[in-house]
Design a protein around this ligand. Structure first.
Ligand code: AMP
Ligand code: ZN
Length: 487
């Protein structure tokens, strides 16, 4: 079955055909390392991790490059403000990013290049552009000459005439065309600088990705990703550089994820409406962030709200409650050689595998994938396996569900927690949110247990009402009250 993906270059879904059979070269623009990343920045990392995993499950060998932008005005300004070298800032925030990334449990990228490690390649790239008459030098500054690249605008569907008529860039008399962009610029006093044929300086932003792509992956790559804000000018400029330097197509498939919004505005540092990935993971859990992101299609805006977060928590609770049942069955029931997976359930798994494959192959339909997982869970729960200890098929059926969920969990980087611990963590999140002490709930639960043991129905009812008033769901079980916090 073929994989179709939405290519920004053609504004349509296309069948994916790699340059080299069985192999995929993939690049995702990474973070500028001057601060903690907000959850919007993590959307790409979480989604493209799934793209890579799905391609691998489909039999491709994937080389996945995610860079660190460690030369940038924002890094330099912070370094000046703190009176330190700019590498102190970039290395600090690379380390902080890696802590967040590891907590998310995403697969390690094949390469994480830094701009500072590719200065020779960048200089050589710019020199080739000058040699190819795609760039010109003015007072130690090198500009890309858009008038000499006729394909400019093919990704973003813009053309230079319209852009110039709109005049959204400052007039710089040194430029031949107002939209010509900087490839290399002289460093100011106190800024980091590198030797070049045009004097000591540093690269412009766009050139780094083109140079790292050429060095690590080659002249043409299969898939290039990023957030939609990067389509113009960043990715448009990358194409101009790549095709101007190599005289070959730069990238076959461009994939862009939509924004994470806060109340109808893009989450962004400049608007001051950000939640850092770290703060989110501290308040909730990495699972909640990943589940929330993958519940929405990557090309739709995801507007953050308490409701959405709660829906994600409820969804995860449903999955983990079932996984918890599975663990009970696997540890307490007998594994039988005669055991077979319940027939209708096994058929359902096969049917849902086909459905998932179809939706994933149709531009990564993660919403449908999650819907299939719920359908399987519903069917498993309806089997009431906990009540069938003597049935030789119980253990095998529970194990089949575990393996099935783990397979898709590995792909999404989800469902990796110990179920009982994670269910406890969900209650902790909700208790914190509702500002309730666990001890208060435990005391009410004990009060109800004691009252019921003493047939003191009035006190038992009182405890019940108090628990409900706090937003606690509970069941009376032979082992006492089992409670959880309503989401
Ligand atoms: P930056 O560090 O600003 O270059 O952003 C790093 C990545 O995060 C880029 O791919 C951006 O497109 C992406 N990004 C920034 N803000 C958001 C947002 N609110 N929602 C989704 N992606 C975003
Ligand atoms: Zn880039």
């Amino acid at each position: 079955m073929t994989i179709k993906l939405y290519n920004t270059l053609s504004n349509s879904k296309e069948t994916f055909t790699p340059l080299e059979e069985g192999k995929v070269k993939m690049y995702l623009c990474g973070p500028t390392v001057y601060d903690y990343l907000h959850i919007g920045n993590f959307r790409g990392a979480i989604f493209f991790n799934l793209v890579r995993n799905w391609l691998e499950l489909s039999g491709y060998e994937v080389t996945f490059v995610y860079n660190y932008t460690d030369v940038d005005d924002k890094i330099i300004n912070k370094a000046i403000a703190e009176g330190v070298d700019s590498t102190v800032i970039s290395e600090r925030f690379i380390a902080e990013f890696e802590k967040d990334f590891n907590r998310l449990g995403l697969k390690k990228h094949t390469h994480n290049p830094k701009v500072t490690e590719f200065m020779d390649e960048i200089v050589e790239y710019v020199a080739t552009l000058v040699k190819n008459d795609k760039a010109y030098v003015v007072d130690g500054e090198v500009f890309y000459s858009l008038d000499n690249f006729s394909d400019y605008g093919k990704l973003s569907n813009k053309n230079l005439e319209d852009l110039n008529a709109g005049q959204r860039v400052e007039v710089d008399n040194r430029k031949k065309n107002p939209y010509d962009f900087v490839l290399w610029k002289p460093s100011k006093e106190g800024e980091p600088s590198w030797d070049s044929p045009w004097g000591k300086g540093r690269p412009g932003w766009h050139i780094e990705c083109s140079a790292m792509i050429k060095s690590i992956l080659g002249n043409t790559i299969d898939i290039h990703g990023g957030g939609i804000d990067l389509i113009f000018p960043h990715h448009e400029n990358e194409i101009a550089q790549g095709e101007g330097c190599n005289c070959e197509k730069y990238c076959n498939y461009w994939m862009h994820n939509e924004f994470i919004n806060m109340k109808n505005e893009k989450m962004s540092k400049s608007l001051g409406n950000v939640i850092t990935g770290r703060a989110f993971m501290d308040q909730y859990h990495p699972e909640v962030l990943k589940f929330l992101m993958l519940s929405a299609h990557y090309r739709s805006v995801l507007t953050m709200s308490d409701d959405k977060i709660h829906q994600a928590i409820s969804g995860l609770r449903r999955v983990y409650e079932t996984l918890n049942t599975v663990e009970t069955v696997l540890s307490e029931f007998e594994q039988s050689d005669a055991g077979k997976v319940n027939k209708t359930f096994s058929q359902l798994l096969i049917q849902q595998d086909a459905k998932i494959k179809k939706s994933m192959n149709d531009d990564f339909g993660t919403g449908e994938l999650i819907a299939s997982i719920f359908e399987v869970i519903r069917a498993f729960n309806a089997l009431n396996i906990l009540k069938k200890k003597k049935d030789p098929n119980s253990w095998t059926t529970a194990n089949a569900l575990k393996e099935w969920i783990c397979r898709y969990g590995d792909m999404m980087a989800l469902f990796k927690e110990v179920p009982s611990k994670f269910l406890y963590d969900i209650d902790e999140m909700m208790l914190k949110e509702k500002k309730i002490d666990r001890a208060t709930v435990d005391a009410l639960a004990s009060k109800r247990d004691e009252a019921r043991a003493n047939k003191d129905w009035e006190s038992a009812d009182q405890a019940r009402d108090e628990l409900h008033a706090l937003g606690i769901d509970f069941q009376d079980t032979p082992d006492g009250v089992k409670w959880n916090v309503k989401v």
